[in-house]
Design a protein around this ligand. Structure first.
Ligand SMILES: [Zn+2]
Length: 109
């Protein structure tokens, strides 16, 4: 059980690290280097190419540029933002302190 919790914490930290990297690094940082897409190399086109650049622009608030890079950012951008916020709440333990449906978990003494 403790191993599973530890694995989840690494997973949450990874999600947060990806979101922070996308927000901290300039979008132009992701535009350098050779393309490394195996799908494009195999069949010539790829529906996922540009996704990282799109997410980088999304996290910098450049929404039109993000959509221009890859349309899937309409789903993946808000999803990653939600997952990072959820991971932060769980990693910080805030989800155990207050349950909005049941009220505070703290007992009055
Ligand atoms: Zn690709």
């Amino acid at each position: 059980m403790k191993l599973r919790v530890r694995a989840l914490k690494y997973q949450w930290a990874g999600i947060i690290a990806v979101a922070v990297a996308l927000a901290a690094l300039p979008p132009s940082w992701f535009e350098h280097g050779p393309p490394v897409c195996l799908i494009r190399a195999a069949i010539g086109v790829c529906p996922f190419c540009g996704s990282v650049r799109a997410l980088a622009h999304f996290f910098h608030g450049h929404l039109s540029e993000a959509v221009r890079m890859n349309l899937n950012v309409i789903v993946t951008g808000p999803l990653l933002l939600y997952l990072a916020a959820d991971a932060l709440v769980r990693l910080a333990g805030w989800d155990r302190r207050v349950n909005i449906w049941k009220g505070s978990n703290h007992r009055a003494t």
